[in-house]
Structures are given as C-alpha cells and as structure tokens.
Design a binder for this molecule. Structure first.
Ligand code: 6R9
Length: 655
C-alpha cells in the first residue's frame, strides 16, 4: 500500500537547496507589513501573549469574548466544566451551561437592529451559470429566516427535533439552516453530492422528522435531479419503518416559472445582466428540465408556504449547551458519526476564529468556496461570517465551469478580499498554468486560506506567487468537523509562514505530540497530535452514541482529545500535519505485534479511495483485499476510478 501523494510528509528536507532554511525546512515568509499594520494581531509577540492568556485563563479569555454576544440570561454557574479523562468517568464538556441565547438572533437580529447592518449585503449569490446572480442583505435574510421559521413551526417542528437538509449552494440553504437554529431544531445537512443511500442512512440515524430539498440543479454541465434522489431516500426510510411526514421543496431550476421580483418575501430574482448571458441562458433552457414527481400529502413547495408565512418570529431561547446541529463525518471506517455541536461554544469559536484567522474588517468581501454540506461551509460560509456582520460570496458552481477562469473572474467581480479554498482546487487550477489567473486583476485580494488536507509546498508556493502575487499571506488552517473551527493556523498579520505548515495553535488550543506510549514529546518531535484542554467549539458527543465519542477521541490517550492525525514539530515550534495516523502503514508491525501481523502481499497503488477531505476509506480497502465487489454506497468517495484500478491490480493469491 502506498501513501497517496497528498499524505506524503509536507515540508521534509527533499526540496531544493534554495528553499532549505533552518533545520532543512522551507524558508519562512514574514507577514507583509501592510497587512500587519491594520491587523487585529499585528505581531508574533502579541499572538504569543494572547495565546498564553487564552490557555492559562480560558474562562476569563472566552468570558470577555462572550460579552460581545447577546445572552437572554447570563451564565448562572461555572463558565467551563469538563472531563477529558476516561479513567475518571464520563467525558463531558460544558461551556456556559445554563446561560441562554439564540445563535440566529446573534447573527441576524443583532446585526440588523443593534449594529444597523440591515442594508449591508450578507451574500452575493453567484449561480452555476455566469450571469445568474442575486444578492441578499442582512435585513432580507432576517425576514426570510423568520418566515421559514414560522413555516417549520407550522409543520410541527419544535425545539430538539431534527431536520434533514439536502440542497445545493443556494440562499434558501442558508435560510433553512438559520431557521432551524432560530426555533431550536437541529439541522442535519447532507451534501447534495451524496447518494440517496447516504441521505437515508443519515435521516434514520438521527430520526429526522422533516426533509428540505430542491427540485434539481446543475453542477457545471451535470444535471443533478435532487428531488428524485430525495424521493428514493424517503422511500427507503419508509421501507425501513421510518416514514418522514413532510418534504419541503425549493423550486430552483424551475425558478424562472415563478415570475420575478413580485414579492420581497420570495428569494431575490435572478438577474440576467447582459445579452451575451441571455444567449447562454437560452441555450441552458434547452437543457433538460427534469420532471419532478410529487408525493401528495408529503411534498410541499417552499414558495407556497413562504407566501403565507408571517415575517416575525420570536427565537427559541436555548441553553448554551443545547445541540445546534448534527453533521456526519464522511465515514472512512464504516457507519458515519453524527458529530454534535452546541449553541454557545460553537458560536463563540467560529466567530472568533473567523475574525482573527481571516483578520476580518467591516469592508471585507469574504469568499469560502466550500460547500455548506461540509463543516467548512457551516463555520465559514454561514455562521462565522454572519456572526461578524461580513459580506460573503455564496457560489453554486465549480472552478472549471464554464472554464478555468471562473474563480478569478468572481474574485474581480465582487472584489473579494479574503479567499478560502482547498489544496485540491489549487492543485487542479495549477495544472492550467499561470495565465488564467494572471489575466485577472486580483488587486482586491489580501489574505488567502487553505483547508482540508496538507498542502504540498509546490502548491503553496504557486498559490502565494501566482494567485496572491506574493503580497497575500496564506493561512493554512488545520481543523476537523469535530473541532468546529480552526485549531492550528497562522494569523495573517502575525505569523511567519512556512509552506506546508499549519504553524501554531489558535487561541484556547493547547496541542501536544504523543508517542505510542502516550508520553508528551518536547521540542522537535513526531507522533500523535492531541489537544490537552477543551476549546469552546469542540464537539460534545456522537449523536445517539456517546460511547463511540469517548472511544474514538478519548480512549487511546486518557486525558487528551485525539485528532487521529500524525504531526511533526520542527525546531522553531511549527506544527506540520503528516496525515491521518490510521492511514499510515506501520512498517515494523511484525516485530511489534508478532508474526501474525506479517503482510501477505504489498500492492503498489497510484491512489487510494479517499473521501473529499482526504480520509482513506478503509471499509473499501478491506473489500478490495477480500475481492468483494459489493462495495455499498460509494457516493462519498472523491475519485471512484482508483477503485477499479485497485481491483484489477490486486494480488490474486489472497482470497
Ligand atoms: C475542516 C475539515 C478533517 C481532516 C483532518 C486532517 C485533514 C484538514 C488540514 C488537514 C493538513 C490542513 N486536514 N485541514 N490536514 N492541513 N490544513 O477538513 O474537516 O472534513 O472533518 O477533515 O482533514 O486529516 O483530521 P474534515
């Protein structure tokens, strides 16, 4: 088994001499003075002071931040209580338990009423097709969210109920999730690229009482008939004895039929800006408009319900420790885990990471390209930017449609200042050379970010040199669905960057590197990356299975949260993520475990079945080793072509 290209250790000494700096690592890049000058954290020294206080006095540090939010009732007891040690009893984490608030109120009502941001654009929506655009202000978003909250309440949804959401990147997705948050229901968003099996499995796991979906959408050239997939999923749920009684459907592909701009209660109309675009849209309208099947008694049109809904809605005041949402991890080792985040801690953490990591200022236009179906979208498309009153781009399309200019033309169109994407996208665009990038101005860009997997130094350097024209710091943010927000990351005005390193811990984060015996390693070291104390955004449980939460994250090393990632620390204290530990082949396994652990056969592979976040799907590898072609649901795999290769090259001697 070979390690995939992305997982090969970043920043090892294999690079050219000219790049080799202290300790054989790449040279470091200082934050540009013009960024530091206006930054919230303008120097490494200031970062160190703040970080020290945040880990030594977490209650005071986060207590000060909590004062910037609205709490219906204050925290009556201890600000933080927790147990990280399985040998001492149940694992639990409680930030501000007993305080009451509402995250939707904080990110919308407070911005509109107290901060007077009602007319500020919350989202520039850019559709799959260039020219399909709309924008939505904070005030408009608040109105729509209140209306949809009333819709949900009318359908009988109450605090604590679970609502499944299966939608493309359209404004109604944001409206739907915030409406759930407003009435205290838990949203469980399932990425619209997943199959009906995945959706069914997730609906059943958390017994969702309602599904919100969309007629259909285009992803690049590809038509996705989402309603059909949703119907299949609900059919399967029914067969398994769990009928979902209501499915609300947004008319998105058929939106034009609804008429334009006749009511502010509708989504803003699609603007068709120029004749050229009109032509393209005409061409598009020749494309198949799928027939939507309709289940009487279950299906309801979003726009019809919204027409009748009132636009005021008192939020449900929730305990800071009430669950906010469930998000399933991609499930590289079997049944997906429903990661549960809670209202108060998640709100503090995503708001704070967004502000400092992207060095947010009021005039920024922020763009995170991640789909809301992933944690990156939850935290840095929806909650983090809105908590800061930011203007963001919400993009439905893909980087290569209609061509590879798309991202950079959007950057110029909206004058994006902070841009956040994944190494896969960077590597993909790198293949098309510099010209598609450099022919655009990009003068608005100030900070670039990456997330999702280790970024190889080559891609980092291209991103820095070509996209950022050498003047934009890159924040390489290491974190997980489970952590809610950034854990290891540079701050753009403070941290000297090293290509491929996520650098240092964010505020409130105390990392350590452990060896196999659980001993903390000092100085230069390599081993398991763990965190020693809770930060507000940490997950609280696995939905319906607290034991799995304890086993997965706390059992191996009592007293620590175990990330499952391998990590190196260099002589300057920089952290370098080396990849998921369980993906690595332990070469000395025979000596350690005994002759029973001798590999029968070692197969070289050009790639492994990975999820989009780069996690290797061990369930699939096991089936390949057994020559079992019944792989089950493969919709979470990023590149299915590697699977047939692995099957055709497997050693025929193992049965
Ligand atoms: C946010 C997100 C989490 C896993 C994580 C790690 C990998 C994420 C990374 C990174 C190196 C980075 N990962 N960011 N590895 N450098 N900057 O991606 O969440 O989908 O849960 O994946 O992704 O292996 O453990 P998620």
């Amino acid at each position: 088994m070979g390690l995939p290209e992305e997982r090969v250790r970043s920043g090892s000494g294999s690079r050219g001499q000219e790049e080799a700096g202290a300790g054989g690592r790449a040279r470091s890049w200082s934050p540009p003075p013009e960024v530091s000058r206006s930054a919230h954290v303008p120097s490494l020294q200031r970062y160190r002071e703040l970080h020290r206080r945040s880990v030594e006095e977490p209650r005071e540090f986060w207590g000060d931040i909590a004062k910037e939010f609205y709490w219906k009732t204050p925290c009556p007891g201890p600000f933080l209580r927790y147990n990280f040690d399985v040998t001492k009893g149940k694992i639990f984490i409680e930030w501000m338990k007993g305080a009451t608030t509402n995250i939707c109120y904080n990110v919308l009502d407070r911005n509109v009423h107290e901060k007077k941001l009602g007319d500020k654009v919350a989202f520039y929506w850019e559709g799959n097709e260039p020219g399909e655009t709309t924008q939505i202000t904070y005030h408009q978003l608040l109105v729509q969210v209140c209306q949809f909250s009333n819709v949900l309440r009318k359908q009988g949804i109450q605090k604590g109920d679970r609502v499944a959401i299966y939608m493309p990147m359209i404004p109604e997705l944001v409206v739907a999730m915030l409406a759930c948050a407003r009435i205290g229901a838990l949203h469980s968003i399932v990425f619209a690229g997943f199959s009906s099996e995945s959706l069914c499995e997730r609906i059943l796991d958390s017994s969702c009482s309602l599904l919100i979906t969309t007629d259909a959408f285009y992803r690049g050239e590809k038509l996705v008939n989402l309603k059909e997939l949703a119907d299949e999923a609900l059919q399967k749920c029914q067969e398994k004895g769990f009928p979902v009684r209501c499915c609300i459907v947004v008319k998105h592909l058929g939106r034009a039929e609804l008429g334009m701009g006749d009511s502010t209660s509708q989504s803003p109309p699609i603007k068709r800006s120029c004749p050229d675009v009109q032509g393209k849209l005409k061409e598009k309208s020749k494309r198949v408009q799928p027939q939507i099947s309709w289940n009487q008694g279950i299906d309801l049109w979003w726009h019809e319900l919204m027409q009748e809904a009132g636009d005021e809605c008192e939020p449900e005041w929730c305990d800071a420790e009430d669950p906010l949402f469930i998000l399933y991890t991609s499930g590289s080792t079997g049944k997906p885990k429903g990661v549960v985040h809670t209202v108060g801690g998640y709100m503090l953490y995503v708001a704070t990471t967004f502000k400092y990591v992207f060095d947010f200022h009021a005039e920024d236009v922020f763009w995170c390209t991640a789909d809301i179906g992933w944690i990156t979208g939850h935290s840095y498309v929806t909650y983090g930017p809105l908590a800061n009153g930011a203007t963001s781009v919400l993009f439905e399309g893909i980087p290569t449609y209609p061509d590879v200019n798309r991202l950079w033309s959007i950057v110029d169109k909206y004058k994006v200042t902070k841009f956040y994407t994944a190494p896969t996208a960077i590597r993909l665009l790198m293949k098309f050379g510099d010209e598609p990038v450099t022919k655009h101005s990009r003068a608005s860009l100030q900070v670039l970010g990456t997330v999702g997997e280790p970024i190889n130094p080559e891609a980092w350097l291209w991103y820095h040199r070509v996209v950022g024209a050498q003047r934009c710091p890159i924040v390489d943010t290491f974190w997980q669905t489970e952590t809610g927000g950034h854990m290891l990351t540079p701050l753009p005005g403070a941290t000297p960057m090293k290509p491929g390193s996520a650098t240092f811990p964010f505020f409130g984060v105390a990392p350590a590197i452990l060896n196999e015996s659980g001993e903390e390693l000092e100085g230069e070291a390599e081993g398991y990356l763990v965190f020693k104390q809770p930060w507000p955004g940490i997950m609280r449980t696995v939905y319906g299975n607290h034991e799995r939460f304890e086993t997965t994250y706390f059992k191996k090393f009592p007293g620590y949260y175990v990330t499952g990632d391998g990590c190196q620390r260099d002589q300057d204290g920089y952290y370098w993520i080396t990849g998921r530990i369980d993906d690595m082949l332990n070469v000395s396994v025979r000596e350690k475990i005994g002759p029973i652990a001798t590999p029968d056969y070692i197969q070289n592979a050009p790639g492994l079945p990975k999820t989009r976040s780069g996690k290797i799907m061990r369930r699939v590898l096991r089936k390949i080793a057994q020559n079992d072609h019944d792989l089950g649901d493969m919709s979470t795999v990023a590149d299915p072509s590697v699977i047939s290769h692995l099957f055709s090259h497997r050693c025929l001697t193992i049965q």
